[in-house]
Design a protein around this ligand. Structure first.
Ligand SMILES: [Zn+2]
Length: 125
């Protein structure tokens, strides 16, 4: 959504413009912008003194965010003891089958080996 705030070149006010479609016959060819304070008409978006550039690049888009988070959490989760084939779970304790020490499903371990279930291992390259 383009900001409609302008610094009007004619009246000097920091104000708003309203968009007005420009037609060539019945075909819409562009948009003009009219200062709501003094009524000055700017024939195109390029000529309109918008305060905030419409083309300002955004480093992160909304589409990027959830994807980046999903990759991170997936990676973390699968190095946890809960995902390790050595993890032993019974009603009284959780422990590592290699060291026989108590552990929790969220611990990270250097001897981690991913178990085959419930998630199958990724295909080898
Ligand atoms: Zn004006």
């Amino acid at each position: 959504m383009r900001s409609m705030e302008i610094q009007c070149a004619a009246c000097g006010a920091t104000t708003l413009v309203r968009a007005e479609p420009v037609y060539d016959g019945f075909k819409k060819t562009g948009e003009a912008f009219i200062c709501i304070t003094c009524g000055t008409r700017y024939a195109s978006a390029e000529e309109t003194p918008f305060l905030h550039a419409a083309s300002r690049p955004r480093v992160f888009t909304e589409a990027d965010k959830p994807r980046a988070l999903a990759i991170f959490s997936e990676d973390e989760r699968q190095k946890c003891c809960g995902w390790c084939r050595h993890f032993v779970l019974n009603p009284f304790s959780q422990r590592c089958g290699l060291t026989n020490k108590e552990t929790t499903a969220t611990d990270l371990c250097v001897r981690f080996e991913k178990k085959a279930t419930p998630v199958p291992p990724p295909p080898e390259p």
